[in-house]
Each structure stands twice: as C-alpha cells, then as structure tokens.
Design a protein. Structure first.
Length: 115
C-alpha cells in the first residue's frame, strides 16, 4: 500500500510531518502540489472525507490576498475551484494512508494511524 503525503516542499508543517514519518520508519511518496499540481478528483475525495472547510486553508497568504468577491459566498464547488487554481490554498499536509485522509499534522493523529 502506498502512503502519499501532499503539500509544498518548503512548508514548515510539511517538514515536521515528513520528519515524523521518517523517524518512525514510514515509507511514503511526497507529492508537491505547488509544482506538480493536483487534480479535481483528489480534491473532491479530500473534501468528501474531511470537509471542504478543513481542506481549504483560509489562513494562507494566498487565500488572504483573494478579492473579497472570491472569498464571499464560499461553498464546496467554489472552494474546490479556488484550490485547483491555486493549490497553495490547500491545508498542509494531506496524508493518504490506510484508506484514510488526514489533513494537517498532529503527531498524536499520525501515531494513532501508524501505531
């Protein structure tokens, strides 16, 4: 089974998550969605599993720089379109492992998943 972690290479939270996986001996594939992009199917699956409100990173600089019209009346399809256009608005990391989606990095959640 392939374990894939999605995010941006230079993100501090990504570094913490990758360091945790390596320290625990978890083999994984890293997908940088800033350089490689992300497809709509993945975003829809993540939003189905975790909720689009969790997947969309409203604290990101990219989101904060959006026009007020783009931020107004947010709903699932509009949020997915925004994240497809600018993947840096996706909360990091997104981990696909053991048939589950984990959004964000919490050592306890990773330990429960891999423990």
């Amino acid at each position: 089974m392939t374990i894939t972690i999605y995010g941006i290479k230079n993100c501090d939270t990504m570094k913490k998550a990758r360091n945790w996986l390596e320290a625990e001996g978890v083999d994984y594939v890293f997908h940088d969605y800033k350089t490689a992009g992300i497809d709509e199917a993945h975003l829809k699956a993540w939003c189905d599993a975790a909720g689009w409100e969790t997947v969309l990173n409203r604290a990101s600089t990219t989101f904060k720089k959006l026009d007020e019209a783009d931020k107004a009346d947010l709903e699932r399809e509009k949020a997915i379109a925004l994240m497809l256009a600018q993947p840096s608005m996706i909360k990091r990391p997104v981990l696909e492992a053991k048939g589950k989606i984990t959004v964000g990095f919490k050592p306890d959640a990773y330990a429960a998943l891999f423990g």
